[in-house]
Design a protein around this ligand. Structure first.
Ligand code: ATP
Length: 285
């Protein structure tokens, strides 16, 4: 399959701090790569190198086969970028924001009303962006990233700090774009988001990729399955966890039912955060 993004030994330093430390990864065309890590892990710095805002200090990266250092102008015609912080013209309308951006890209045949409708801003096209909520601004950022019908979408924490409805809507739009064949590079510190959207997840910690695989394989390889029971003890209920796939699992489950009043019981797969903690010794928050 064709590679949409290839990074090889990509490195960036701020003074003495190596924010991104020789990372290598590939994203197949049409895939979503979730770049998952806590604050300060190096996600945004990687993102900026891939979209041409920072020049790699070592290593190389290509997007759609073009080099990010030497061919960024060409790359930028084919990518959509959505930054972590909104950078919109607040004093004009959403529609005018998109018109300006379309002009900049030489795009004249896109239905901007349709695009705003798609991101849930139908009816609000002519309102000043300054009057928009954070969720609405983020929807507009996504619409703007789609104006030039990109082949690759770069999204830096697109749902961070949003209300649950807006966050879920944005996730649906990302999945819709993937269905149309768009490749997505998505940074996030939300394990549920990474799990739900990504074909592959890269765990990034202290500037390094410490694991990269499908969510399923990561869980298979590192995850411990558990059964979690709620038992009644006196006037309260307490949670009891039993690890599955161990020699004494059947006995422990049997003992639990024999000795306690079990209110509820369910099995639980390891989460990506459990696995992240297992690999790095720290959580995502
Ligand atoms: P966040 O989610 O907080 O943006 P991140 O994973 O995107 O985290 P980066 O923003 O890439 O991480 O930061 C990686 C490291 O580089 C952090 O230690 C951060 O403090 C440092 N850093 C980022 N930008 C700068 C800068 N302009 N000058 C100095 N250090 C920086």
């Amino acid at each position: 399959m064709e590679k949409a993004i290839v990074a090889t030994d990509l490195t960036y330093r701020y003074g003495n701090l190596t924010a991104v430390d020789h990372i290598s990864f590939e994203v197949e065309a049409g895939e979503i790569l979730g770049f998952l890590g806590p604050n300060g892990a190096g996600k945004t710095t990687t993102f900026k190198m891939l979209v041409g805002l920072l020049k790699p200090m070592e290593g190389t990266a290509t997007v759609l086969g073009m080099d990010v250092t030497h061919e960024i102008k060409k790359i930028q015609r084919h990518i959509g970028v959505c930054f972590e912080y909104t950078n919109l013209y607040e004093e004009i309308s959403a529609l005018e924001n998109l018109k300006l951006f379309a002009q900049l890209h030489g795009v004249s045949d896109i239905d901007l009303y349709g695009l705003l409708e798609k991101v849930g801003l139908g009816g609000k096209e002519k309102d000043r962006v300054a009057t928009y909520s954070k969720g609405m601004k983020q929807r507009l950022m996504i619409a703007r990233a789609l104006v030039n019908r990109p082949k690759v979408l770069f999204l830096d924490e697109p749902t961070s700090g949003l209300d649950p409805v807006s966050a879920e809507d944005i996730r649906s739009i990302i999945l819709e774009e993937k269905k149309r064949g768009v490749t997505v590079f998505l940074t996030t510190h939300d394990m549920h988001e990474a799990d739900k959207l990504s074909d592959h997840v890269a765990f990034i910690n202290q500037g390094k990729i410490v694991a990269l695989d499908t969510p399923h394989n990561l869980k298979q390889q590192y995850g411990k399955r558990k059964v979690r029971a709620l038992v009644e003890r006196g006037d309260t209920t307490e949670e009891v966890e039993i690890e599955l796939d161990k020699q004494d699992t059947p006995e422990r489950v049997f003992e639990l039912f024999k000795n306690e009043r079990v209110v509820t019981m369910h099995t639980q797969e390891a989460t990506l955060e459990d696995i992240f903690i297992q690999i790095t010794g720290r959580g995502l928050a």
